[in-house]
Design a protein. Structure first.
Length: 175
């Protein structure tokens, strides 16, 4: 399974793994839309530059309009040309996952993006950032302090969460 990170989770991960050991991370296990990569901050760009075995840890993908790439039609339907650039990365991620990312799960914290992705991709293809953090910890890619920091960043930026979810607090040892 590969994770397609929306800009929020991608930004949180970039803040936390900056200057951390990532040699055990699997190349290509994390993906971001080209729009997200193009708008990246210095910490996010540093994460995009990390390599494992010569390949990027975070791969980017793009959907070019006018290229006859199959996800192009999905993107056009999700994001008409008259729409602003807001949500473009989300729509690009959903369209790419629908056509090319059969093994990929879209990760977002935004409610509208989650509902759109759920409607387009179906159950099991959309996840909350906590799912990624738990997976990265299980793989041994996140040491406990980084896992805890990511969980706190995620919790602090999700205004709809009244508390840390039990499945996360149990792993943190706070549940």
């Amino acid at each position: 399974m590969r994770w397609i990170l929306d800009d929020g989770p991608f930004g949180h991960l970039a803040k936390v793994v900056e200057n951390e050991e990532t040699s055990r991370w699997q190349a290509g296990a994390l993906l971001v839309a080209g729009t997200t990569a193009a708008l990246s901050t210095p910490p996010s760009q540093a994460l995009l530059d990390l390599r494992s075995g010569g390949r990027p840890i975070v791969e980017t993908f793009e959907i070019r309009i006018g290229s006859d790439d199959p996800p192009e039609q999905v993107l056009i339907e999700l994001h008409p040309a008259t729409t602003s650039t807001s949500d473009l990365a989300e729509h690009e991620s959903i369209a790419w996952a629908q056509v090319h990312g059969i093994d990929a799960v879209f990760v977002c914290a935004d409610r509208r993006a989650a509902l759109t992705a759920l409607a387009e991709l179906g159950g099991g293809r959309v996840a909350h950032p906590f799912d990624v953090w738990l997976d990265l910890k299980e793989r041994g890619w996140l040491v406990p302090r980084l896992f805890e920091r990511l969980c706190q960043l995620t919790r602090n930026h999700d205004q709809g969460l009244p508390r840390m979810p039990k499945r996360v607090s149990d792993v943190l040892g706070t549940g």
